[in-house]
Design a protein around this ligand. Structure first.
Ligand SMILES: Nc1nc2c(c(=O)[nH]1)N[C@H]1C(S)=C(S)[C@@H](COP(=O)(O)OP(=O)(O)OC[C@H]3O[C@@H](n4cnc5c(=O)[nH]c(N)nc54)[C@H](O)[C@@H]3O)O[C@H]1N2
Ligand SMILES: Nc1nc2c(c(=O)[nH]1)N[C@H]1C(S)=C(S)[C@@H](COP(=O)(O)OP(=O)(O)OC[C@H]3O[C@@H](n4cnc5c(=O)[nH]c(N)nc54)[C@H](O)[C@@H]3O)O[C@H]1N2
Ligand SMILES: [Mo]
Length: 768
């Protein structure tokens, strides 16, 4: 399925390779440049300094706006006056721009004009202010009233020959309230087709943890970072993607906690960091973060982890009972024998070759574990987006189980989530999977019979679209086109839907390549006041550490025609379901407290929801694993065994990871620089090891075409600038979403089906 019959033009991002400038890599992250950048963002986006600063001061405060950026938690009780980072400020500036995209704009700009612009330029155009409609085959969007828009959706929904011909995608910024109502609407409609961005993100973590510790979430709280003796950071770039986490890491490093970073790239923030809001640090040039940096090969983490555990096992044999936590292992786990056999059967040759690390370096990592009573392991996309992602994350679990590092203060598992409410959306039931107990509670309360067949995840939705099996596609936030793999194929697949509905704040490439009809329904952003019949409303979110709390906008909305996500879902459901549903959709729209009562009645862990969420910092959802109660079928945490992942690369082939720059939030491009990595002005670059550049007779700054190879299929993206970089031989890095065209749709993680965006097999040829 490499190429569509007619690949639509404009799915590939425009070439900006001639603008790329290479500079020095940063020796540290944070610092004064972060403050300069924050102010620059407010100007660039024409936010207005007063509006911008007002929003920033409300950010992550108990009664203010939860940052629409990442899901890293705020410290309870002791928040500073300033609780935002440079990249949070970019997110705010992007949303609060004073530029507007009205009907007049769309009348003078055709799809062809718009699609030729860069993602950055499209994002700078301004906020969507009124519903827009694109007739099938039309060249321009035209304005449409809200009622007419809902009528079109209802007409299409009623024309489906089965509810499974509809799919509803959710991006992880959506509030708990909107997410709960969306899944309820979709299940009443009669389908479980609820793909979400987590399918592309931490799905592998959820599956790995559910199987082994019985809950698909992390087991640490923020204060555990104050007690840990060692913190492992695997496949994560917190300086860019979770900058507020740097405060915890810096404090930990300063009190002597060992920080071990496992990453093919020496990311600036992993090495040194200075807190942009602390003047003395700015003068002193920051402080070291990582005590041990392990430049692992791409997908070499399982090998490294097995190597560390082999060292621990040999120490345990030398000093029985002194290394492993046998009391914990015996009373709470199962399967250690098979793991130990597997470690014995794994050769050091394989461990070193696959990880790319010499044994003495792996020994150093093992020594950190030997001297640590409390270990936290954090990870993100560097682990989740590989074929064997689930098994690799389970090696992290193995390592922590051996030492009893789960359910002990200062220790535990910490998948670092992406979108600010991606975890909450799952708690609210956004998933194509069927939870019979939850469905049963909804069926009883709302008197309907829900669908029992599992629905489609993100890649499943694309495949079904391509076969013409999805007629109606609704997207609650996000950018389904550019976030998914195989952009040209995905564009073709989306083009086969009769109607696409996008609930969005700003324009993106995904709005511009429809095949059938398309609706853009503009919604309020997080920063904006949400006024309904019963008065001002707030919504709730759940952060990466299972804390549920409020978020409430402070600015007046970008247009009086905007509606909240909650209102849009309720009005759509009312129109589509009509008398089929006993849910009082419009009453729920008018008063979000009533939605929270519904959540309390059907989702576990939300008793006294309205009351508890109004108190200061919110509340923590129960998590059995944290108390050593493991909800696996056996009631015990599971050790697991898996072979090392293998990449049989033929001559000339390289592995490519697709990563984020410092100037983007997923498919949203805030700017064209990747300051810490020394890349400026453009995004079409490929980071390569000097040896690989030489052996291919290439040169720094030369333009190359990239070809990906999967099961006999080839995909190509042209004109990328070669950047010599300290990355292990055989490994390369490019930026997402420019190279999503190269990620094969068919290549996914075992069990979680997450696209393998971090291990794409490529070859590189000089551009013409
Ligand atoms: N500013 C900003 N913040 C964000 C986002 C954003 O785009 N911008 N996105 C949000 C979202 S949705 C998410 S999921 C997170 C993503 O946060 P991250 O996971 O930090 O994001 P990536 O850029 O994908 O970076 C992956 C890191 O893993 C490393 N890596 C890649 N492959 C491997 C491997 O095989 N092994 C190891 N050990 N390391 C590897 C890369 O070098 C890189 O440092 O951030 C969230 N926060
Ligand atoms: N190659 C490659 N692909 C990847 C990844 C990778 O590392 N490599 N990472 C994957 C990951 S981790 C993720 S999470 C996905 C992200 O996938 P998505 O969540 O689908 O994508 P985003 O870019 O976060 O969505 C941005 C759009 O959301 C809309 N939006 C912004 N704010 C709001 C709001 O408040 N309400 C509404 N309704 N809409 C809003 C805007 O229109 C904006 O254009 O991408 C995945 N794709
Ligand atoms: Mo993500």
């Amino acid at each position: 399925m490499s190429t569509s019959p007619v690949p639509p033009t404009g799915a590939q991002t425009p070439d900006d390779s001639s603008q790329v400038k290479l500079g020095d890599r940063a020796a540290q992250a944070g610092g004064a440049a972060s403050i300069v950048s924050t102010l620059h963002e407010l100007r660039r986006n024409d936010t207005g300094v007063v509006r911008g600063v007002r929003t920033l001061l409300a950010l992550n405060q108990p009664e203010g706006v939860d940052c629409p950026g990442c899901a890293w938690p705020e410290a309870a009780g002791e928040r500073g006056e300033i609780e935002f980072c440079e990249n949070g400020a970019k997110a705010i500036a992007w949303e609060t721009t004073r530029r507007r995209l009205d009907a007049a704009f769309f009348a003078t700009h055709s799809l062809a004009d718009l699609v030729a612009q860069s993602d950055y330029a499209i994002g700078q155009l301004g906020r969507l202010v009124e519903p827009m409609y694109l007739r099938p085959g039309a060249t321009h969007y035209e304005p449409i009233g809200w009622d007419d828009a809902y009528a079109l959706i209802a007409k299409e929904a009623h024309a489906l020959s089965s509810p499974d011909e509809a799919a509803f995608y959710t991006s992880g910024r959506t509030s708990n309230e909107a997410a709960y109502l969306l899944q309820l609407f979709v299940r009443q409609l009669g389908t479980n087709n609820l793909p979400d961005c987590a399918n592309l993100c931490h799905e592998s973590s959820g599956v790995a943890l559910k199987e082994t510790v019985g809950v698909g979430k992390g087991t640490v709280q923020l204060d555990d970072f104050e007690q840990a003796d060692a913190i492992f950071l695997l496949g994560q770039n917190p300086g860019t993607n979770h900058p507020r986490m740097m405060a915890q890491l810096q404090k930990a490093a300063q009190r002597g906690c060992e920080i071990v970073a496992v990453n093919p790239l020496p990311e600036a923030a992993l090495l040194r960091f200075s807190h942009p809001q602390h003047a003395t640090e700015l003068l002193l040039g920051g402080s070291p973060i990582t005590s041990l940096f392990l430049p692992v090969k791409i997908d070499g983490d399982a090998a490294l982890l097995k190597g560390i555990m082999k060292e621990l096992l040999s120490e345990e044999r030398a000093r029985p009972g002194k290394v492993f936590d046998w009391e914990f292992v015996r009373s709470h786990t199962q399967g250690i024998e098979a793991l130990l056999d597997d470690l014995d059967a794994t050769s050091w040759e394989d461990v070193c070759a696959d990880s790319g690390l010499p044994r003495n370096v792996i020994r150093q990592a093992a020594e950190v574990c030997l001297s640590a009573r409390r270990i936290i392991a954090c990870w993100a996309m560097g682990l989740t987006q590989h074929k064997a992602a689930v098994a690799t994350i389970q090696q992290v679990v193995n390592l922590l189980l051996l030492g009893g590092h789960i359910g002990r203060p200062g220790a535990g598992l910490c998948p670092v989530r992406g979108h600010s409410n991606v975890q909450g959306d799952r708690t609210m039931g956004i998933t194509p999977k069927v939870d019979p107990e939850f469905l049963g509670r909804m069926e009883q309360r709302y008197q309907f019979v829900g669908p029992r067949t599992p629905g489609l995840d993100s890649v499943g939705t694309i495949e079904a679209m391509a076969k013409g099996q999805i007629r109606l596609f609704v997207s609650l936030g996000g950018n389904f086109l550019s976030a998914n793999p195989d952009t040209e194929f995905t564009a073709m697949a989306l083009g086969r839907c009769k109607l696409s509905v996008h609930i969005s704040t700003k324009l993106h490439r995904g709005h511009l390549l429809p095949g059938g009809a398309s609706l853009i329904l503009p919604c309020l952003g997080r920063t904006e006041q949400d006024e309904q019949k019963s008065g001002p409303q707030f919504v709730t979110v759940e952060n990466s550490m299972s804390v549920v709390h409020r978020t409430q906008g402070v600015l007046s909305p970008a247009s009086d025609k905007l509606r909240s996500e909650v209102a849009i879902v309720c009005e759509m459901a009312q129109q589509v379901l009509g008398s089929r549903s006993v849910v009082p959709w419009l009453r729920l729209r008018d008063n979000y407290d009533l939605i929270r009562d519904e959540i309390e009645a059907t989702v576990l862990g939300f008793s006294h929801f309205n009351e508890r969420v109004r108190s200061g910092d919110g509340f923590v959802l129960p998590n059995g694993a944290r108390n050593r109660s493991f909800a696996t079928p056996e009631g015990r945490a599971q050790f697991t065994v898996a072979p090392l992942p293998k990449h049989e690369l033929s001559d000339g082939q390289l592995l490519m990871m697709t990563i984020r720059t410092h100037d983007q939030f997923n498919t949203t491009i805030y700017g064209l620089h990747d300051r810490y990595r020394g890349v400026f002005g453009g995004r079409r670059v490929i980071l390569m090891n000097q040896e690989d550049i030489q052996s291919r007779h290439l040169q720094a700054k030369q333009l190359v075409d990239l070809h990906s190879h999967f099961e006999g299929e080839t995909r190509t993206a042209r004109r990328f600038v070669v950047v010599p970089y300290p990355i292990p031989p055989g490994c390369t890095a490019t930026y997402f979403p420019e190279t999503n065209v190269l990620v094969p749709l068919g290549s996914r993680a075992d069990k979680s089906r997450t696209p393998t965006s971090k291990s794409v097999v490529i070859t590189v040829t000089p551009s013409e």
